[in-house]
Design a protein around this ligand. Structure first.
Ligand code: NAD
Length: 551
């Protein structure tokens, strides 16, 4: 199955609209520009409003690509793609779906990081909703201003955007980008997707001084004021959009864990930075173990970073090991965390709650190379958003103690990557089983070409969301992320592994997402969480709901 094979019942339908003339051309959900056929031009009152030559969507997509490729900088391409999104939504998604390899880094990481940093400058038209610290008491009313019935909300408060820190309201690029990926990668209908930024202020002084900053010019609200805003938002979202899936995105540590804990049993919600990352990383480890022949329970995994990504991944690994028969406690001893103050060990008194389960008995160690030499990990996973920390010495040591070390440099954007693909392969003499957060080109070393693939959440969350929507699941469970990890790992082929790729090729993403969605929906039916009877074929049901941008 290729992206272009995926026809569905939900193609944009201009024949069902009552709009005519310029109203059609100005509505990005209806507009096909020069792609309107002669018949459609008559039917919709478009004669004379368009140049006479009719282009097929294929030709339009070619023209978009040619123009895009002429632009010098990724940020220019980001802006051009946004403009296309605002003009002709189906064409935008057609280009994304058919060229996801080339487009994902433009609409999402790494370019979205830069776009968020310059959001005030590149801002052209609003997309999604901004709910501010001063909007207490009227959030439900505001949500009713959204013209569609949302099925998925991606929400951020902008405090920890990728590895870039507090970008305040400029963080809106992230929910917008994620929801584009929901539609492109899994065929969640764009009309079901609602990006939201909770503008609770920013502590980023440069933004507060920036005349073009789009957000509230005040420091972040905290404590009860913050919690009450979140509570009102969640309650209002559930009331206005019953059954809506709420994905928390890029919240800082101190809020992310507790909000997930508070709402996971009260709402249909998950935190992608914690749970989505966990599933994609675990799938990568499963692939690496297919190459080494090792067992998960025999691994020693050292995380560089001890935040949302690290604890999410460690928890899911521990669950996967426990599922093989070990106690949860034993399983957790396979994972070690290293944070900004050194190795996380029992004797430390400065540990946040989410690190405690991994604070093992051990002497304190202050530098990462010494931790590697001492613990002799089989895998290192970089999720600290500190660039260049998998140094030559670290990588050489990993290659010395392991025949095939697992090296995941997952931090985003590219500037924060722990090492490049080239460094990972070169300094381990081609032994590393490597995955990255941001994209890297293939690397040829001594005649062998390695094709590194991104351990990117975009393999997981779109399929999870589609599965939740398709089954009308009322909750998102840890079991669903475990299922997603297994499903993704099973889709990695022998030829992928032969070239060092631990994930399927990105152009297979809609097939991957459909499989994950079916597995998630299946889990929802089994766990009694689905909101409708189980269909005869869960896969057919999922696929019938996938948005197809062809016209
Ligand atoms: P986080 O803020 O929750 O955690 C960062 C952690 O790094 C903290 O525990 C902090 O103590 C630690 N840290 C900071 N400086 C350090 C230093 N000098 N030495 C050691 N540890 C240090 O962030 P997160 O959500 O865990 O994300 C971390 C990174 O992972 C980001 O760059 C993010 O973009 C990336 N990420 C990638 C993916 C993916 O799909 N590839 C998914 C999630 C997160």
């Amino acid at each position: 199955m290729t992206p272009t094979d995926l026809k569905s019942a939900r193609a944009p339908d201009v024949h069902a609209t009552e709009a005519r003339g310029l109203d059609v051309l100005r509505d990005p959900m209806l507009n096909r520009g020069t792609g309107f056929t002669e018949e459609e031009r008559d039917e919709l009152g478009l004669r004379g409003l368009l140049p006479p030559h009719v282009l097929s969507q294929d030709e339009q997509a070619d023209r978009v690509l040619q123009n895009l490729r002429k632009l010098p900088e990724p940020l220019d391409k980001f802006v051009a793609l946004n403009a296309l999104h605002d003009r002709n939504e189906a064409l935008f998604f057609r280009v994304l779906c058919d060229h996801i390899d080339e487009m994902q880094p433009l609409v999402y990481t790494p370019t979205v990081g830069l776009a968020c940093q310059k959001f005030g400058q590149v801002f052209q038209r609003p997309r999604g909703m901004f709910i501010g610290a001063n909007d207490r008491g009227q959030i439900a009313k505001m949500l009713r201003n959204w013209p569609y019935q949302a099925g998925i909300i991606v929400v951020t408060d902008g405090e920890r955007i990728l590895g870039l820190g507090d970008l305040g309201a400029n963080g809106m690029g992230i929910p917008v980008g994620k929801l584009s990926l929901y539609a492109a990668c899994a065929g969640v209908h764009p009309r079901l997707c609602l990006p939201i930024t909770l503008d609770v202020g920013t502590n980023n002084g440069a933004l507060l001084d920036d005349p073009f900053y789009i957000g509230l010019r005040q420091r972040r609200i905290t404590g009860a004021a913050y919690d009450e805003l979140i509570e009102e938002f969640i309650t209002a979202a559930q009331e206005v959009f019953p059954g809506v899936l709420i994905q928390f995105e890029d919240f800082a540590n101190h809020n992310a864990f507790r909000l997930l804990k508070k709402y996971r049993d009260r709402a249909c919600t998950f935190n992608d930075d914690i749970q989505g990352t966990a599933a994609v990383a675990l799938a990568g480890i499963f692939s690496a173990l297919r190459i080494t022949g090792g067992k998960l329970a025999d691994q020693r995994i050292l995380f560089f970073g001890a935040g949302e990504a690290a604890s999410g991944i460690a928890d899911l690994i521990a669950s996967a090991i426990a599922a093989q028969g070990l106690s949860e406690e034993d399983a957790r001893t396979r994972c070690w965390l290293f944070d900004s103050r050194g190795l996380v060990v029992k004797s430390r008194t400065d540990l946040a709650e989410h690190k405690l389960a991994y604070a093992h008995e051990h002497a304190k160690i202050g530098d990462f190379l010494t931790a590697v030499k001492t613990l002799k990990p089989t895998a290192i996973i970089g999720v600290a958003a500190v660039g260049g920390t998998f140094t030559r010495e670290v990588l050489e040591e990993m290659a010395r103690i392991n025949p095939q070390p697992i090296v995941f440099a997952l931090s985003n954007p590219t500037s924060q990557a722990e090492c490049t693909a080239e460094e990972a392969y070169r300094w381990t003499k081609g032994k590393a089983l490597f995955a990255c957060g941001s994209p890297f080109d293939p690397v040829t070393l001594n005649g062998q070409t390695f094709v590194p693939r991104q351990g990117n959440n975009s393999y997981i969350f779109p399929g999870v969301g589609l599965g939740v929507i398709a089954s009308r699941a009322s909750r998102v469970t840890d079991g669903m992320f475990m299922t997603a990890a297994h499903t993704l790992a099973h889709l990695v082929s022998e030829s992928d592994l032969a070239q060092g790729s631990l994930y399927p090729a990105l152009p297979r993403i809609r097939e991957v997402s459909a499989n994950i969605a079916a597995a998630i929906a299946d889990t929802a039916y089994k766990q009694g969480l689905a909101g409708k009877p189980k269909p005869k074929s869960v896969m057919d049901d999922v696929q019938s709901q996938m948005y197809d941008p062809h016209y």
